[in-house]
Design a protein around this ligand. Structure first.
Ligand code: NAD
Length: 374
């Protein structure tokens, strides 16, 4: 197991990354495990008396689930020195961390992310939260875990759709910070795709050593990149904005297409392509770099076309013509929380690992959402 620490501003967070699953024992001061109904069958060794088992999915990322965790903590007479252990995807890690942050004004926290997205993103960096009043992550705190234990064997049971969801964020991280990771995604695509499309395995199923190595490389490089940027911008006031590469497009698509119509990672992958196209049109992005990323998008069956099939489908359902969809997406961008004083700022790239943030005129945005070729 590889272990390192990053500075959280108020202390340090320890991150361990390895293959084998290690469930931490609860301390003498007591604690609670939180996981969902999908993970239940893989966690049979955990004492149910100390557990809260929540229904799975984003629709349960709400106050009611937090109440269930807090109620259980009180029932067990837990104190501030007790340990909250969240084992699951980003929904569970965000909620366990939120509950720990408010219980007795802050209990001890350990996170075991089990989805690729939670490993490379959600469990690292200290953002916690729930969806509230119809808005995603609109209530939450900054509360980095004391410990994050990443065990890549959990990925063996992750459905392919969820693996691809995390992979979109991995590609974003590679483009922003890590040329080696970018090459790996290109050169080892067969192995990566082979791994995520295999189904019916258990955490104990053995897989070829090269696959394990690739997964560990992929996860640890993303985690190190995220820790590095989070350390420099703990409260997301500036630098961390780079992490939104592709996300202005992605959020607009997700809100237009409707939640659940496509995975977040798929929307991010499309958004990465649109951000590059925008950069090329503005004379910022190198065309060869755009072409290279477009070919990676194709390898993973992500679209690089201006009109995402999910947007087209949604337009057909509600009677909006293809020609009007770009305008609708732009409207959605203006509603996105990242807008500042009526301006939309975009994260753009010159080339790999060279990023700029620019305000962009609406007509340029509309151009990359329409079928106009360069
Ligand atoms: P998720 O937590 O809903 O998990 C996806 C699905 O996979 C769920 O059904 C879950 O039960 C299942 N699952 C997870 N691990 C599994 C495994 N090993 N085997 C079988 N099934 C498994 O979704 P997610 O994509 O992991 O996370 C999305 C959430 O993360 C969103 O709510 C998002 O807001 C949040 N997020 C937070 C941050 C942050 O910085 N805090 C960053 C990115 C995303």
């Amino acid at each position: 197991m590889k272990t390192f620490k990053y500075n959280t501003g108020s202390g340090t967070s320890e991150i361990s990354i390895g293959k084998k699953i290690r469930i931490p024992k609860l301390p003498a001061s007591g604690g609670i495990y939180v996981f969902d109904t999908n993970m239940e069958k893989y966690l049979s060794d955990i004492n149910r008396e100390n557990s809260v088992i929540l229904p799975s999915g984003e629709e349960f990322k709400n106050l009611e689930s937090i109440t269930r965790i807090l109620d259980k903590a009180q029932e067990l007479n837990l104190g501030r020195d007790s340990l909250f252990v969240g084992i699951g995807g980003g929904v569970i890690t965000d909620m366990t961390a939120f509950a720990a942050s408010i219980y007795m004004r802050g209990a001890k926290l350990c996170l075991l992310p089990t989805s690729l997205l939670a490993m490379v993103d959600a469990a690292v960096g200290g953002k916690t939260g729930i969806d509230y009043g119809g808005y995603k992550n609109s209530a939450g705190t900054f509360y980095p875990a004391d410990q994050v234990l990443i065990c890549t064997d959990f990925l063996k049971t992750l459905p392919a759709k969820e693996f691809y969801c995390g992979l979109g964020e991995v590609l974003k991280t590679a483009m922003l910070y890590d040329k080696k990771l970018l090459s790996l995604m290109e050169d080892k695509a067969d192995i990566i795709k082979g791994f995520c499309e295999r189904t019916g395995t258990t955490p104990e199923t053995s897989c070829p050593e090269e696959e394990n190595e690739i997964l560990l490389f992929l996860v640890s490089h993303c985690v190190m990149a995220k820790c590095n940027i989070v350390e420099k911008d703990l409260k997301e006031s500036g630098l961390r904005m780079e992490l939104n590469l592709g996300h202005t497009f992605a959020h607009a698509l997700e809100s237009f297409a409707g939640l659940g119509e496509l995975s977040h990672g798929e929307a991010v992958a499309w958004g990465l392509g649109r951000a590059l196209e925008l950069g090329v049109n503005l004379g910022i992005t190198d065309k060869n770099y755009r072409n290279k990323i477009f070919s990676i998008l194709k390898i993973y069956n992500w679209t690089e076309s201006p009109m995402h099939p999910a947007a087209k489908k949604s337009g057909e359902t509600v009677g909006i013509s293809d020609a009007d969809i770009p305008e609708k997406l732009l409207e959605a961008m203006y509603h996105d929380k990242k807008k500042r004083k009526g301006e939309i700022r975009f994260v753009l790239q010159k080339k790999a690992c060279s990023t700029v943030i620019r305000k962009v005129e609406d007509r340029e945005v509309l151009k990359v959402l329409s079928d106009q070729k360069n």
